[in-house]
Ligand binder design. Structure first.
Ligand code: ZN
Ligand code: ZN
Ligand code: ZN
Ligand code: ZN
Length: 343
């Protein structure tokens, strides 16, 4: 169980929105992405199923202490908003990027940020790149009329014009108010911390199975006399799916958790894995192996309960990243995600 000591849990919290901007290196869910490298944004956001633009789901700030290239380091997840693109155990509707920067870089001061709204406001993506007015993704298209407002795709350009008021505001220099875009996920800070004590004392599956077998051998499991309903349920589900049983128990210990961070550790599978470690592709930039870094839990779906998100689904999303944290190549490197579902 030693590897469990390294696990940290992410929970959602309300937070002042300026603290979720790039210059504060946030962990966050929803809204627009807080890009880390502000200049060299990635270019391909198309869903592998329907080719529409994937929108920002969440990001995790995870610097690596002993790697100067990873003084700042953030992992980003984007997902296609079409629920029909969510297929069991398939990852084609999800995109993961890794971005990292040394302490001295073109965007942020070397000192730690202070929580004041006017602290280095120049460290915003708008000062370096064009991003979509609707979703915050890189924006190669401009509004044909005003040539000022930018979009990631024709689709968002049309939506902004028709549904979100640009038809009226086009050409009114910069007075366009910040609009609530219903198809973006609700915005929260994710605070990542050590788990509650009981998780550290967690009993392994093997120990639990042994206890079950012992009960069976004493014939208690058959008569139920000495077994509380809870433990009976526990033992039965262990017998049926020991993975789900463990998943459920660890979630129950801290039901608010939406993310588990354990770089180099083992994921918490929601059911028997449909893949093996050998199926995780090597890093396409350095050919190095990838390792597990963090996972998004099914509990996050409860927080995304807006109408348009109905049907968006996953058991858990397991994110694997390059063990070397290779630096050469694009500023946003694709990493690997496994979507695990109970089927
Ligand atoms: Zn799609
Ligand atoms: Zn967009
Ligand atoms: Zn315009
Ligand atoms: Zn690599």
């Amino acid at each position: 169980m030693n590897n469990k000591v390294g696990v940290e849990l992410g929970v959602l919290e309300e937070c002042e929105s300026y603290l979720l901007e790039s210059r504060y290196f946030p962990n966050k869910l929803g809204g627009k992405p807080a890009w880390l490298d502000l200049k060299n944004l990635p270019s391909d956001f198309s869903c592998g199923v329907c080719s529409k633009v994937c929108i920002f789901l969440c990001q995790v700030y995870a610097p690596i202490d002993d790697n100067p290239n990873c003084h700042h380091r953030t992992i980003f997840i984007f997902i296609c908003p079409e629920s029909s693109c969510c297929k069991n155990n398939e990852n084609k509707n999800i995109i993961v990027f890794r971005s990292q920067l040394p302490a001295v870089n073109d965007f942020y001061p070397v000192e730690d940020p202070t929580e004041e709204i006017d602290w280095h406001p120049e460290g915003t993506v708008e000062n370096f790149s064009r991003v979509c007015s609707l979703c915050g993704n890189p924006a190669p298209f401009n509004c044909g009329k005003c040539k000022v407002t930018s979009y990631c795709s024709k689709e968002h350009q049309v939506a902004h014009w028709k549904l979100y008021g640009h038809k009226v505001n086009c050409g009114c220099d910069g007075v366009e108010s910040q609009i609530e875009v219903p198809f973006l996920f609700p915005e929260f800070e994710i605070t990542i911390d050590k788990p509650p004590e009981q998780e550290l004392l967690y009993k392994s599956d093997e120990a639990c199975m042994e206890e079950y077998n012992e009960l069976v051998s004493k014939d208690c499991a058959g008569t139920l006399d000495d077994v509380s309903p809870t433990s009976l349920e526990q033992y039965t589900s262990v017998k049926n799916d020991k993975y789900f049983s463990k998943y459920k128990r660890l979630i129950d210990d801290c039901p608010e958790q939406v993310l588990r961070y354990d770089r180099g550790g083992d994921p918490l599978f929601i059911t028997k894995p449909h893949f093996q470690q050998a199926d995780i592709p090597v890093c396409e930039y350095c050919n190095g192996t990838r390792q597990f870094e963090f996972q998004i839990l099914s509990t996050l779906l409860n927080e995304l309960a807006c109408d348009d998100m109905n049907g968006l689904d996953w058991g858990t999303l397991l994110v694997y990243t390059c063990k070397n944290n290779c630096h050469e190549g694009p500023a946003y490197k694709r990493e690997f995600v496994i979507k695990q579902d109970i089927v």
